[in-house]
Design a protein around this ligand. Structure first.
Ligand code: TYD
Length: 385
């Protein structure tokens, strides 16, 4: 409920009011049915007697909504889920009302009939009005203004991610950060802290897209994918091609003890590490590589020696990054042609990869690579900056 109120206060309250209206309407209908099916002269139906019970029902309805969070993700629910949740809501309300009536001995005998009937009518009204109101809200909030987005990234790439999206005219409404340690955030944009909050944000905030920046597809939580699917929000990648990272290094005061560098999963590496490999005993001036990956994200580093990594995005311009020490890492997103040149004999190349080895995921033919680049439509950030 906290999330709903944070991300869609008015929409959430509109559903609470709708529930109360349904219950009030159901009671009126039930009373009308009672009056027309029973000999009221004998049963002497009095609205005044029944009124206190209706008030109890309304109070209990709000209590159940809040205590059991029965409006949780109401905008995402499909018809069957809506039916199940509405049954849960009505059944809980009914049990609580029964307890109240049992302990207070309130209400006349004939109230029982109207209460049973009112809850049955309420259930039908709830399911129907929820579905209709959801559809109406969706149409009312139909986008078409400036495109709005939730950005999922790590704190390392936060500013450039926002800049890239802002430059392409996207209004970043919220950020979902994977933080390295304490991490940075932004005061001007709402930050979503957990998967549940992200899901609530997608459900209650009018968003056009979720953008993933600098992260591998495997880092997208299932809950978030599901929420996007249900709410019709597309997930897109806005990727840079590569980044040079400074690897954390602890140097000893006495240089003869050397330095210790390290990388931590999730904190430093924006993909799950599926594979680690290293290339050793290569002589100077040898060339390796000559391929691109369709899916594999990699982090390359050279703890010993000097290796040039020549990167090619299919345009005429190639970029060379020299890995020449344990403090330097190269993060490569998929879709780049790479060639490695050993500048010093015996240099060691270490690679952390997001995918298991799969030959089908490689592009080893340059013409095929160019065709692939022309085909693929991923929006790119600053290109090969
Ligand atoms: P290759 O990718 O051609 O190396 P490079 O691009 O550095 O020249 O790989 C050489 C061989 O090693 C090739 O037969 C595939 C095999 N290999 C594996 O079996 N598993 C791995 O994880 C890697 C990277 C390669």
């Amino acid at each position: 409920m906290k999330n709903q109120l944070r991300y869609g206060k008015l929409k959430y309250i509109s559903f609470v009011l709708l529930n109360l209206l349904c219950l009030a309407g159901a009671n009126m209908l039930a009373a009308w049915v009672y009056m027309n099916t029973h000999n009221t002269r004998r049963h002497r139906y009095s609205y005044a007697d029944h009124w206190s019970i209706v008030v109890f029902m309304l109070v209990i309805d709000v209590f159940i909504t809040i205590a059991f969070n029965t409006l949780n993700r109401v905008l995402m629910r499909r018809a069957l889920k809506e039916l199940v949740e509405s049954i849960k809501h009505v059944a809980l309300s009914f049990v609580l009302l029964a307890l109240v009536l049992f302990t207070t001995k309130l209400g006349a005998d004939y109230s029982r009939f109207t209460v049973y009937l009112a809850y049955i009518i309420d259930l039908i009204l709830l399911v129907g009005t929820h579905i209709a109101w959801k559809e109406l809200l969706r149409r009312l909030l139909k986008r078409g203004r400036t495109p709005t987005a939730l950005l999922m990234t790590t704190d390392k790439f936060l500013d450039e991610g926002i800049d890239t999206l802002t430059k392409s005219g996207v209004d970043v409404r919220a950020i979902f950060l994977l933080k390295a340690g304490k991490g940075q955030s932004r005061d001007d944009i709402d930050e979503v802290q957990t998967e549940d909050e992200a899901t609530a944000c997608i459900c209650w905030t009018p968003l056009d897209r979720v953008y993933i920046y600098g992260l591998d597809h495997q880092m997208i939580p299932e809950k978030l994918k599901h929420a996007c699917e249900e709410m019709g929000v597309a997930i897109d990648f806005v990727d840079f091609e590569y980044r040079i990272l400074e690897l954390k290094t602890v140097a000893n005061e006495d240089p003869k003890y050397g330095a210790l560098s390290f990388l931590e999963g999730k904190r430093d590496i924006p993909f799950p590490i599926r594979r680690v490999y290293w290339i050793t005993q290569t002589e100077a001036d040898q060339h390796r590589g000559f391929h691109a990956h369709k899916q594999n994200c990699q982090l390359l580093f050279c703890p010993h020696g000097k290796i040039d990594i020549i990167l090619d995005d299919g345009s005429n311009e190639k970029k060379t990054v020299t890995l020449d020490g344990p403090r330097k890492g190269l993060l490569l997103m998929p879709g780049l042609w790479r060639e490695m040149v050993w500048r010093e004999s015996g240099s060691v190349l270490c690679v952390l990869a997001s995918e298991y080895y799969d030959e089908k995921e490689y592009i080893r033919n340059y013409d095929e690579f160019i065709a692939y680049r022309n085909r693929e439509t991923l929006p790119r950030g600053d290109g090969m900056t």
